[in-house]
Each structure stands twice: as C-alpha cells, then as structure tokens.
Design a protein around this ligand. Sequence first.
Ligand code: ADP
Length: 326
Amino acid sequence: MNSNLKKLLKLLSDGEFHSGSALGKELQLTRSAIWKLIKQVKNLDIEVVAKTNQGYKIAQKIEFLNKTKIAHYLPNKYRKYLSELAIFDELPSTNSYLTESVKTNIKPQICFAEMQTSGKGRLGRKWISPFARNIYLSVLWQFDKKIEELSGLSIAVAVAVAKALELYGIKHDIGLKWPNDILWQKRKLAGILIEISGETHHLYNAVIGIGLNIAMPKDAAKKIDQPWADIAEITQAVPERNKLVGVLLDQLFTTLDIYQQQGITPFLAPWRKLDVSLNKKITVITPMQKKIVGIGKGIDTSGQLVIEDQSNGKLFKFVSGEVSLR
Ligand code: ADP
C-alpha cells in the first residue's frame, strides 16, 4: 500500500468530512491527485461519501489495529508476546507469512494483516479479506507432541474463539461446525486454518490462522459463497477491533498452553455444547466431491467427526482437513 494512500486513510478514518483542499494540504498533493487516491480507497471496498462544499468522508469509521491498544486488553502474563507481534497493512496470507518465516527462523510469531490479498481457507479455498474491517491473524506455536495428537487442535481453537466472543459480550446463537467454523445463527462468522509443519525431536510448528468478520463491507461480502455474519450485525454497535483482538489473543494463548499440557480432552465438553451438527442431518463432502449423508453424532475423544448412516445405523468417522460439511 503506498504511503499517501495510507496517510489519506488515517485522515479519513475518523468518519468525518474532510475537504479536498484540506486533504491536499495535509498530503501536499493537488486536488486531482487526492481524487485519484479516493478512487483507490473505493477499490478497497471502503464506501466513500462525497459532498460538494464538504468534501469526502468514509461511511463507517475505521479503527486500525494498534499494538498499544491491543496490549491494553491483554493480561500481564501475555504481554511478553507483544515483541513478537507484527501488524501489516497487507499480506498475501497471514498463514503463508508465518509458514515461510518459520523456515528462516524470522520473528514475529504472531501476525495480523489489515487485508489479505490471497486469504486462504482449507483445501485451496479462499478467505475473503477486505481492508481494515475484519480480523486476520496467525500465530505460530511449537508443540512437543505426536502428530496424531495435534489433529484436535482446530477443535480447541474453535472453542477458544467462541469463549472470546462470549467474553466480548456475544452470549447467544454461537455454534461450532466441525472442524473449524464458528457460526452465528448458522452463518459463518469466523474460520480457522491450521497448518502443521516439520518435526525435529517431536517438535511440530503449528501455524494457527483465524479470520473473524467484524464489519464486512457489502461489496466484499458478495464474493462469499455461503451464508456469513459479522460482529457489527450481532451487536448492532460499532465493533471495537483492538478490544476483540486482545480478548481473542488471551483466549488463544491460554488454550494453546492447555492443549500442550492436556491435549483435546478439556475442549470436548465445551465443543459438544455448541456443536451445530449434533443429531442433525448433515452432508459430508469428500475431497473427490462424494457426498455422504448421515446424522451428526458429535466428535470422538480425538476430535474426529462421527456420523451415523440412517439406513443401517453404522457409524463413520472423518478426520479433519479432508472433508467439508453442509
Ligand atoms: P468450508 O466452509 O467448506 O469448511 P473452509 O473452512 O475452507 O471451507 O472456509 C472457506 C470457505 O469459507 C469459502 O469457500 C467460503 O465459502 C467461505 N468464506 C470465505 N471468506 C469468508 C468470510 N470472510 N466470512 C465467512 N465465510 C467466508
């Protein structure tokens, strides 16, 4: 992102009108250069209101991610991680950034991007990631465990996200869809993508990515091909992004520590409480696009999905990462 565009966005982030000439003065640019920059703002799916005599404003304020503000919501014991936390204007993907940096041992271990240009879902799917409205974050965590013990990690992380939402004040209608979705009223509010790499003496690096919709712009939302939700709709208030991030990181760090010590077990009961597929008819879509219909029977003690074939009562199990639920 070029620095003039960034400066302009900072000025407009207050949601107030700014005249073209005032903006020009601040940025030392002509009014027509400002006009061109405003076009770039619109290309970021940010709604701009232009009025003669008043100038430009953006339809909704922007609260940029800010380390100091995030720190404010983090308990003391986790502030040590702030030196490893980086906030980027844009990245292809926060997960890709950390999976690359782990190879070269480069810090940070926690990264945010205001926007992802190639945000990732599972199995090559895309995560729609417009600028400065949502949360896209990845954390790199090293586990001293056997690989098969890490298969339940997405269950634990989904429970952590649900807990963070509850602490933020969202206490109703949250559901979890195996293996990695957080729903509100059955619509996708957040997704998780976990990528595990390399073993050295039982040490695995897990890159844990979370995308959480805060105030999804309408134009960007058109690119999402399934029902979705955002925090703004749920709370009917202007979301506090930095507060949400602080609460989320707190829950995430706590969860990852517990997972290292105790594995998936402590997360099974909280998952079951929020499991949207329990005793419901669900369709499992395999990587070869085969559809298997059955009744959701929850997860087993290792986090695998169990479904029951209605015709003969047989149980099938699925490992996460392979299949999608609809
Ligand atoms: P699935 O939902 O099939 O399990 P993933 O977990 O890989 O798939 O998530 C990727 C999918 O999530 C995309 O194919 C799209 O349907 C949906 N999606 C993409 N971006 C967003 C977003 N910002 N909010 C909600 N859903 C999204």
